[in-house]
Design a protein around this ligand. Structure first.
Ligand code: GDP
Length: 496
């Protein structure tokens, strides 16, 4: 996988496309400095030291300007002067720039890299890219810079993916996790164990060469112990995905309750905006509305749903169906009820229908202002007796419009993430592909364990071990295929 497979020099806008004080265009490839020099009026970049910055102008040589114009009869004269250092008269100044030169191999892509910092106009960006292309560069494809960094062995695949995560991070928690990943987090955790396993594979394969002599170079007990160690590590990483996924993608929270329980009122109070339509006519929140709320740096995705009740109204029926689907994907259920319009039995039977092991249910006894405050009465005692401790529930007495109530709900939500965090190791898996690869690795390790205990042939054991190694190598990209790579890097933007 290593080695410089790319001979082309690529270029792209590295900053966001749009107006800004500055923009940066990046070039990478073996001819990056030569190409930049052809378009640059300033000091000589060809003799520039690595990691140096140079003031000057991006220029377009008249030769090139004339090249794309209709024939004028001046071509002979132009081509004669074509190879010479152009004079000012022969050049069109495009922009005043700063050019940074980074020489291989200590660069992001491990190739020669040039960054042109220009005045941030999309038009200037386009002009500079045109000039670079005319001088031998090619426009980069999505994710191609990062892909080169990976291909040239600068970073492993999981680090490449973390760059996309870092750029996409919207809150503190996801930024920190992505940065940890960029520093090699998950690969470091696995690679040591993988190396140990590789040693065993070598010994087992050696046994194949001495098949006739019935020798055992690989100590099966030591191998079994290593497998248990790997299994534990995989399990803890797999477990960490709950937290990692919550941080990266947010936690889905479904707000459920009968019509008029106060769901829209609560959602509005949580978001402090009048987004959902509040109405006292039962059945108004017909569709699901999703809003994101950040609590202590973590995203909670709120789904306000149509009231759950038997209905004959066709549109409302769709809403009820959607609500059920939303509960299925939610991690937290906020169930609202009030004493005036429901019975403990209704609440209990609803919760019993929807409770799941991985669903945190928070019961919200709403409209307590109508009773002058919350005190636990028969109503909630009945609910608690029937539901607790089977379901880890919490009952909060609230008034949906009251800021104090809103705060208490937020605290409860934040504790969900904190609880997940507590049980995790330092390295947290945030990426779905890594999660899948870890689960496959676990299956492969299981197969090796079975192969040992069933005392099957050394050939098969060697096969299962190789399979486990490949699975473990998938996260870092040691074992991968073009389809997987194409899929990962196509999700990047151009310029990354
Ligand atoms: P939804 O159908 O569950 O979305 O219920 P809404 O949020 O539309 O609320 C129905 C009615 O109950 C509205 O008139 C709200 O103003 C009222 N309501 C909601 N929460 C409270 C509360 O805590 N106290 C009082 N007194 N009224 C509330």
């Amino acid at each position: 996988m290593n080695g410089n497979l790319n001979q082309d020099t690529i270029c792209a806008l590295a900053t966001a496309n749009g107006m800004g004080a500055l923009g940066i265009i990046r070039l990478s490839g073996k001819d990056a400095v030569e190409i930049a020099q052809k378009c640059f009026k300033g000091s000589n970049l060809l003799t520039a030291k690595s990691h140096s910055v140079h003031y000057g102008f991006v220029v377009e040589n008249r030769t090139e300007i004339l090249d794309i114009r209709p024939e004028t009869g001046n071509e002979k004269q132009v081509s004669e002067s074509g190879n010479q250092q152009p004079t000012t008269d022969n050049q069109e100044l495009i922009d005043e720039v700063m050019v940074s030169v980074f020489l291989a191999p200590k660069t992001f892509t491990a190739e020669n890299v040039v960054e042109i910092s220009f005045h941030g106009s999309p038009h200037i960006a386009k002009k500079i890219l045109e000039v670079l292309v005319k001088n031998g560069a090619r426009l980069a494809k999505a994710g191609e810079f990062t892909m080169r960094a990976f291909m040239n062995g600068r970073i492993d695949l999981s680090q490449a993916e973390s760059i996309a995560d870092l750029i996409a991070s919207e809150n503190e928690a996801s930024r920190k996790l992505a940065l940890n990943q960029l520093k090699g987090g998950i690969t470091k955790e696995i690679s040591l164990l993988r190396t140990e396993l590789l040693n065993f594979v070598s010994f087992v394969e050696l046994e194949l060469d001495f098949a006739e002599e019935d020798v055992e170079f690989a100590d099966r007990t030591a191998l079994s112990n290593l497998l248990i160690k790997i299994e534990n590590k995989l399990n803890s990483l797999i477990e960490s995905f709950k937290y990692g996924n919550a941080v990266k993608n947010g936690v889905e929270v479904a707000i459920i309750g009968k019509p008029n329980a106060g769901k829209s009122t609560l959602l509005n109070a949580l978001l402090k905006e009048e987004r959902a339509i509040v109405s006292s006519i039962a059945g108004t929140t017909r569709d699901t509305i999703e809003e994101v709320l950040h609590i202590k740096g973590n995203a909670f995705r709120f789904i306000d749903t149509a009231g759950l009740r038997e209905t004959t109204d066709e549109i409302e029926k769709i809403g009820v169906q959607k609500a059920k689907e939303k509960i299925a994907s939610a991690k937290i259920l906020l169930y609202l009820y009030d004493e005036f319009d429901s019975t403990p039995r209704e609440v209990i039977s609803f919760i019993k229908e929807f409770q799941r092991k991985d669903l945190k249910i928070i019961l919200l006894h709403n409209k307590i202002d109508l009773k002058g405050g919350y005190f636990e009465n028969d109503f909630d005692t009945k609910i608690k007796t029937e539901l607790f401790p089977d379901v880890t529930n919490t009952i909060l007495g609230i008034s949906a419009k009251d800021p104090e109530s809103v705060e208490s709900i937020k605290t409860e939500l934040a504790s969900y993430i904190e609880d997940l965090r507590e049980s995790e190791s330092n390295v947290v898996v945030t990426n779905q592909r890594h999660y899948e690869a870890l689960k496959n690795s676990l299956l492969a390790i299981d197969a090796v364990k079975e192969a040992i205990s069933a005392k099957i042939s050394t050939e098969l054991l060697a096969y299962e071990l190789r399979n486990a190694l490949e699975n473990l190598g998938e996260i870092s990209g040691e074992f991968t295929n073009d389809e997987v790579l194409g899929n990962i890097f196509s999700k990047f933007c151009i310029g990354k």
